[in-house]
Design a binder for this molecule. Sequence first.
Ligand code: NAP
Ligand code: HSE
Length: 429
Amino acid sequence: MSMQIGVGFLGAGTVGSVLVRRLIYESDAIAAKTGLDLVVRGIAVRDRAKDRGIVIPPGLLTDRPSEVVDDPTVQIVIEVMGGLDPAGDLVLRALESGKAVVTANKELMASRGRELLAAAETAGVSLLFEAAVGGGIPIIRPLSESLAGERITSVLGIVNGTTNYILTRMVEEGVAYEDVLAEAQELGYAEADPTADVGGGDAASKAAILASLAFGTWVGGSRVTREGIEGLGTEDFESARRLGYTPKLLAIAEDSSEGIAVRVHPTLVPLDHPLASVRGATNAVFVSGPSIGELLFTGPGAGGEPTATAVLGDVITSARERLAGTQVKSRIRFASGRLRDPSGVSIKWLLRMTVMDRPGVLAQIAAVFGRHEVSIKSVWQDGRGDEATLLLVTHESPEGDLHLAADELAGLEVVSAVDSIMRVYDDEP
Ligand code: NAP
Ligand code: HSE
């Protein structure tokens, strides 16, 4: 007969309710595949009366999370509550009392991950967080275990399902921003506060976690510069399409001789780039290193079902470790420092401007770019008279130089407005 492992939940929302269903009603399938008898001992929620779409056996629900954390029959705590408070202190308490913790909380791991992993190591228990990045895509374990011997140089990709879903629907079907955001919330992709998604904060937390694991240097979430997708509009999509690009919210983490830079921002990618065809809530992450070349991890990046699979995998790993009596030593070490300001990193830019269509206008504009050492790659103009639209793509240039040039351009008499500035990511010279 197999030994029972007690499991307690902090949260039973989009992700948690799927997990509760699988652990209570599909436990035979889990036992058949793993030999584990996982038993749900308690489920902490805010509102015990809420309909969760599943029948929860009486006595399991509580609105006091400490009852789950302090329950001596719970050996593994699943934190799918989200946010920093009270989740952070509850996770710490669970670890300190010798319970393994599985969390999907990227905000918490990006903010207190180093402290919590150290606490887990001290207590000799595991803290696993596969679901914190990439939803159902296995990416945390490959980075921290399979690729631990590689000198990873960059991690780049789409790590937020909500914004990728929004951009896909807006660009391909012209759906209004508010409508498509509401859809993403209904589908269970968005965070409880969706400003974390659309403002780039969720992707920044994930980028911080990925960079920390990839480079072996702690990158706190607050060290990631971020811009969201709220400012993008139909005209930006149209300019991008005209020049052969599509907008994506990219997370880019690079380790070079100048240090580590991690950033999240809307970026135009060429229509024939593999990231351009990553649609809906799908995520895709390229990991590069000198020996592996380039690896691509892709799959469902958000939603209750895929995320629950990632959490369940960690629960099964924790349970196996418990049964084997393994004293888990933190397998991850982080150095400090080596972080650089991402605004110094060079990238190409697309500027959309409203200009007067007169002889000499382009020369004036080119002179401004020249003064700020920004080199022009291509120019496209449409319209005549006072309302000509000028699309201009630069070669790689640091953000600081580009913004100085843009400020000076906005002051030219022949430039009515610098309407938008977007980054461009492509491999072309
Ligand atoms: P959610 O639907 O908002 O669920 C949160 C759950 O936690 C709810 O059951 C809520 O109770 C409970 N809760 C929140 N604060 C509480 C408190 N102070 N005391 C007791 N219970 C509390 O969130 P979710 O989408 O499942 O996400 C959970 C975590 O997984 C987050 O960290 C998120 O970032 C991460 N994640 C989500 C996805 C996704 O696609 N949704 C994917 C990957 C990772 P009530 O139900 O009573 O309100
Ligand atoms: N809100 C997140 C997203 C959930 O849209 O990607 C998955 O982490």
